[in-house]
Design a protein around this ligand. Structure first.
Ligand SMILES: [Zn+2]
Length: 156
């Protein structure tokens, strides 16, 4: 890579080819780098599309009780990405210690994993209903020792 006097140049090559995979995850910076690493290393997706919002996949939970009432338009943004980029597979990633769940949804930390797994199942089912041709996988990012472990969770 060369340096230019007027700009900082990213040390990566640009490609116009669009990925057909989308990862959906939370904006919590403690997990962001590990999630990017997971997408590249485990999923083999260095250039996938991304939807990064507080709580991650829970933005797609919609208005079905006991879900948080989503009025932010995040679900609309999600479906825009899916349709515009011709996404074929979605990877939903929830994570440990999520402030959105704990503070906004007031889920006790002790119940967090259970709640996330239930939500991921419901969200996957809803997404499949809305876009039947879309494949959906879900994961939980868990703090383990000094790193982050990614556990696949059932989506049916
Ligand atoms: Zn979070």
């Amino acid at each position: 890579m060369t340096h230019s006097k007027d700009a900082w140049l990213a040390p990566v090559e640009y490609s116009d080819e669009q990925s057909t995979d989308l990862i959906v995850y939370c904006g919590d910076g403690r997990f962001g780098t590990a999630i990017e690493s997971f997408a590249k290393g485990r999923l083999g997706l260095p250039r996938c599309a991304r939807l990064v919002v507080p709580g991650g996949p829970v933005c797609l939970a919609g208005e079905t009780p006991p879900f948080y009432e989503v009025k932010t338009g995040a679900a609309a943004q999600f479906y825009f990405l899916v349709d515009a980029l011709k996404i074929q597979r979605v990877h939903l990633i929830a994570h440990d210690r999520c402030a959105f769940y704990i503070q906004k949804l007031e889920v006790p930390e002790a119940n967090l994993r259970q709640r996330q797994i239930e939500d991921l199942k419901k969200i996957a089912s809803r997404v499949r209903h809305d876009r039947p041709n879309l494949a959906v996988d879900s994961w939980v990012a868990e703090v383990r020792n000094d790193t982050v472990a990614f556990l696949e969770t059932p989506t049916q």
